[in-house]
Design a protein around this ligand. Structure first.
Ligand code: DGY
Length: 326
């Protein structure tokens, strides 16, 4: 009897050789060797005839894509966020989807805190100032920022990453912690974190010295922070977004920064990545990074590994390890 053929799998964004090797032991693999991810039509063309795919946020799988790839059975996102996937359409088509929770929590929390410190204490702005040769003398009033330690941090989105940031804030920096979340945390979790619940985002925005966004993107979260919300924040406040672009109205944020309605921002995600609103690029008091909050080598390898393990588990047992549901 001829041996059963291996399922065909597309690896649509470049990933680690050791993960590709493991996938090749289980699947017939077409892999992107880089440097840029396959997106749009190039992605869909390559997805034809595949049963599985390893993806990043660069690839979208929605109803229109699914209609063109009837043999697809499983997509494994190398990300915890999955707003690039239409989960309802995937479920209706009987296609399993998975993400990579937990493995990136602490690394992403580190980065969120780094952005908060960099923006509030003007670190990248100070470096640009120095490299441009503007440092003429040691001045007492030069590049004054806002304190992070001892201040009140407001976190919107208190899932795994929000809680990891809360631990750093309270135990590392002696901060007071306010949070807003769709569901209030159990009292014991609040007590362990030292977190106080704000029942509205407005309350949190008005009271926090710094605000950090760590919630998943959903249509309901679109422009959760716009002109009205920014106007509620303190003029000395910093806004940090490590969640998803689209949660913040980038143009309204640029206006608020330019008019000194708030002091600073740290942004790792943007509405139209990789394009940035030119108004943001023109500002000094904003730290801008290219969606790298989870980008330590160890964590990215763990994300790729978990995505590959999800594909393997699904084709061997019919169940992914970390499936996503609506
Ligand atoms: C995630 O895992 O969701 C990160 O934002 C990378 O896409």
């Amino acid at each position: 009897m001829a041996p059963a053929s291996k399922p065909r799998v597309l690896v649509a964004s470049p990933t680690f050789d050791e993960v590709l090797q493991q996938l090749r032991a289980h699947f017939e693999v077409e892999a992107n060797e880089g440097p840029e991810p396959w997106t749009g039509e190039a992605f869909i063309q390559r997805l034809h005839g595949k049963q599985g795919a390893l993806l990043t946020g660069a690839q979208t799988v929605d109803q229109a894509v699914l209609a063109q790839v009837p043999g697809l059975r499983m997509v494994a996102n190398m990300a915890v966020g999955y707003n690039n996937l239409d989960v309802a359409a995937l479920q209706a088509a009987g296609v399993c989807a998975s993400n990579t929770p937990d493995v990136l929590t602490e690394t992403t929390a580190d980065f969120g805190f780094a952005l908060l410190l960099a923006a509030a204490r003007r670190i990248t702005e100070a470096e640009r100032f120095l490299r441009a040769g503007h440092w003429k003398s040691w001045r007492f009033d030069m590049l004054l920022g806002a304190d992070v330690h001892g201040s009140t941090l407001g976190i919107i989105g208190m899932g795994r990453i929000g809680q990891a940031i809360a631990r750093r804030a309270v135990h590392g920096f002696g901060m007071q912690l306010l949070y807003h979340n769709r569901r209030r945390l159990p009292a014991a979790t609040e007590a362990a974190l030292g977190a106080r619940y704000a029942s509205t985002k407005q309350e949190l925005l008005a009271q926090a010295d710094h605000v950090l966004l760590a919630l998943p993107y959903t249509p309901a979260a679109h422009h959760l922070i716009g002109a009205r919300e920014l106007a509620l924040m303190k003029p000395s406040a910093t806004l940090v977004n490590i969640a998803r672009g689209g949660i913040v109205d980038d143009r309204a944020l640029a206006r608020a920064l330019a008019q000194r309605q708030i002091a600073a921002a740290g942004l790792d995600v943007f509405e139209h990545e990789p394009q940035l609103a030119p108004e943001l690029l023109a500002l000094d008091r904003v730290v801008l990074t290219p969606h790298i909050a989870s980008a330590s080598r160890r964590t990215r390898l763990a994300m790729a590994q978990l995505a590959a393990d999800n594909l393997i588990a699904f084709f061997e047992t019919g169940r992914a390890l970390t499936p996503v549901t609506r």
